[in-house]
Design a protein around this ligand. Structure first.
Ligand code: SF4
Length: 341
């Protein structure tokens, strides 16, 4: 397949726009399901051509910017749910930290530290099926204080929420809410039994209806097929996810998926290219598992993706902020300023 021709079509440009040296700036379409599957099945020698095509689309919408997000594990462990990949689940024997929701002051302190790291977004995460009333009060109070004290965009990830809860978060100043679909509807029962795919979709729709940006993404490497990956990419297009974090399973000892193999770097990169070509204008984040799956190739993820988590993940460390900045600079990209986010 001619991958650059696909990128041009996704962007809405014709063959002549490439010859003239610039891709069209018109709002474009998307790769088809067949094309998305072809990306995932492409031979190894086409990887650089795939990345070049994804980069053309990414550059059109986001230039060379990389937005940094800092995640705050504000309540850890103690979860009632059985997500098979998660070290904080009720079924997990992993050595994940366990503590109740942190007070407002601690969450605010984390935001101040995130701002010092040049983050554009601070994501407050709690381990739970859904937020309790008191937890929602605390998170809303923290969001209000963060919005007053910093220029950060605030994201929350609190499990399942209904329309009224989403509206409360909106009123408190929360800019974005994260709730991942993780995988396809077909494969979903293999990863979670305590809440359904339709529960997750309902949360995504409640968030959008409240006027809060939706961050909704993927966890790859759970045993899903390429078709499952494509189905998920189109499901995220369907729910109009504003931001798509793509995580790669880093199997945690003590979880049900502890023996799943990690994805190879080339496979992870093809997945990112596919998500970019199906959801061309959406923020695409190479998220958890970046370092361990991509290894020395992780800078190549910035060709399809325009965002990363810096300074670690919920229960695992990353390579560190200084190494993230060095990687971005060495690859010729730039950290996105909060005014550009
Ligand atoms: S609901 Fe969240 S914290 Fe709880 S097990 Fe699932 S992924 Fe982990």
């Amino acid at each position: 397949m001619n991958w650059m021709a696909l990128a041009e079509r996704v962007l809405g440009g014709g063959p002549s726009s490439r010859r003239s040296g610039a891709l069209s700036c018109r709002e474009g379409g998307s790769a088809t399901r067949a094309e998305a599957l072809a990306v995932l099945m492409a031979p190894a020698e086409e990887l650089l051509a795939l990345l070049e095509a994804a980069f053309a689309v990414r550059r059109h919408y986001f230039g060379l910017g990389v937005s940094l997000h800092v995640i705050r594990n504000a309540k850890s462990g103690l979860c009632t749910e059985d997500c098979a990949y998660c070290s904080q689940s009720a079924k997990s024997a992993a050595a994940a930290p366990r503590y109740e929701l942190q007070p407002v002051e601690e969450i605010l302190q984390g935001a101040l530290e995130a701002q010092a790291l040049k983050a554009v977004r601070y994501c407050i995460v709690t381990s739970s099926r859904a937020p309790q009333e008191e937890e929602l009060n605390t998170v809303c109070a923290a969001a209000e204080q963060i919005k007053r004290a910093t220029s950060l965009q605030v994201c929350t990830s609190l499990g399942l929420v209904d329309a009224a809860q989403a509206r409360r978060l909106k009123l408190a100043g929360v800019d974005r809410f994260n709730h991942n679909l993780e995988t396809s509807e077909r494969f979903y029962p293999s990863i979670c039994q305590t809440h359904s795919y339709s529960d997750r979709l309902a949360t995504a729709r409640a968030v959008k209806a409240a006027g809060v940006e939706l961050c909704c993404g993927a966890l790859m490497g759970l045993g899903e097929t390429p078709e499952d990956r494509v189905d998920l990419a189109f499901a995220l297009r369907e729910v109009e996810a504003d931001s798509i974090p793509v995580n790669f399973l880093d199997p945690r000892p003590g979880t049900a998926f502890e023996h799943r193999p990690r994805l190879a770097a080339a496979e992870a990169l093809r997945i990112l290219v596919m998500f970019r070509l199906v959801n061309p204008s959406r923020e695409l984040r190479v998220a958890g598992g970046r370092e361990v799956c991509l290894g020395p190739l992780q800078a190549l993820a910035l060709y399809p993706a325009n965002s990363i988590f810096t300074n670690g993940y919920l229960t695992t460390p990353g390579q560190g902020h200084a190494a993230d900045l060095a990687m971005i600079e060495a690859a010729g990209f730039q950290v996105t300023d909060v005014t550009q986010a």
